[in-house]
Design a protein around this ligand. Sequence first.
Ligand code: GLA
Length: 386
Amino acid sequence: MTIEQLKAKFIEKFGEGEVSGYFSPGRVNLIGEHTDYNGGFVFPCALSFGIYCLVRKTDRKTVRFASLDMPFEAEVKVEDLNKAIGKEWVNYPIGVFAQFMKKGIVFEQGADLLFYGDVPTGAGLSSSAALEVVTGVMINDVYGFGIDRIELAKMGQKAEHEYALVNCGIMDQFASAMGKKDHAIFLNCDTLSYDLVPVKLEGVKIVISNTNSPHKLDSGKYNERVAECHAAVKAIQPYQQINALGEISWEDFLKVEDKIENETVRRRARHVVSEIQRTTDAVKELKAGNLVKFGELMNGSHDSLRNDYEVTGFELDTMVEEGRKIAGVIGTRMTGGGFGGCTVSLVKDEAVETFIAQVGKNYHEKTGLTPVFYVAEIGDGGKKLF
Ligand code: GLA
């Protein structure tokens, strides 16, 4: 859909007049999975696809929400912009309005909003974070509040906690708000200090494979993992004073690992602490131009997510196994929360076509599902378009 077509849709729905447009991207995480809510490192990049929001301020005291992707529409009084509506998609933008209201901001004037997404939903590419961040960037700009980007990312995360009931970390909203074209973000999720690392992959493409697996990010299982990590911290505390798994090095973890009595909790911690180490190593390798080493660390990440963290499942594992059979695949792993969704692979240019054809065919034969492949373009974070 072009910008002109989007504008026409807005005018069709809300009538003639001025209209502005905003965009925030989805993300793909290259490595560092389930580390963010443990104060660890992540290494995501913003994608060129995401969520659009067209807007016009009005003289009414209501905000009207519509989407080109969802049939549900709502008109909400400005004083009710913090009240959830059933389980509807509007709770993501409402959750963000609510964060502004929590800061004591009173919306005097209403608005008309039209959303549209070209990022697949429920695929682990952060369509919900893109929706939260585009809403935050739009409100901040249209109403002139001057809140900085990192705070907007945090407000998006809070919206997710309070209105989608997923106790997520900061990675997705941060990537959507702070991404930069052709760069990945090496983010310390404890301090939020970050380094934008150029991703110049000579002769190699980042390929995203959507399993199209019907199981979406399961908030129950996700929150269960978060709780298991807290349990691991508690079990380690008598031996080493830490407040989060991100505070213990891999070497120190090996010394206390067997003190964690619960075997599941021990394996969860093992994943997190080793993944944080892998992420730091991977960024060093990328900076040094060692893509092969980077790929090995990606493979190690997947195996740890499968064996110790148990967030992969048949479809993601099949996609990765089939990918690893293709010559020219440097590394491949699940990306995002898991339990379905996408894998991310580094594939040599000359192997991309074979990868898509072969993995597509074999994956379909084994799962009965038809996957979708995207060659990723790394884009900018949330911005005003017009
Ligand atoms: C989801 C969450 C993120 C992060 C990933 C796993 O995408 O929203 O905060 O925890 O899962 O790395």
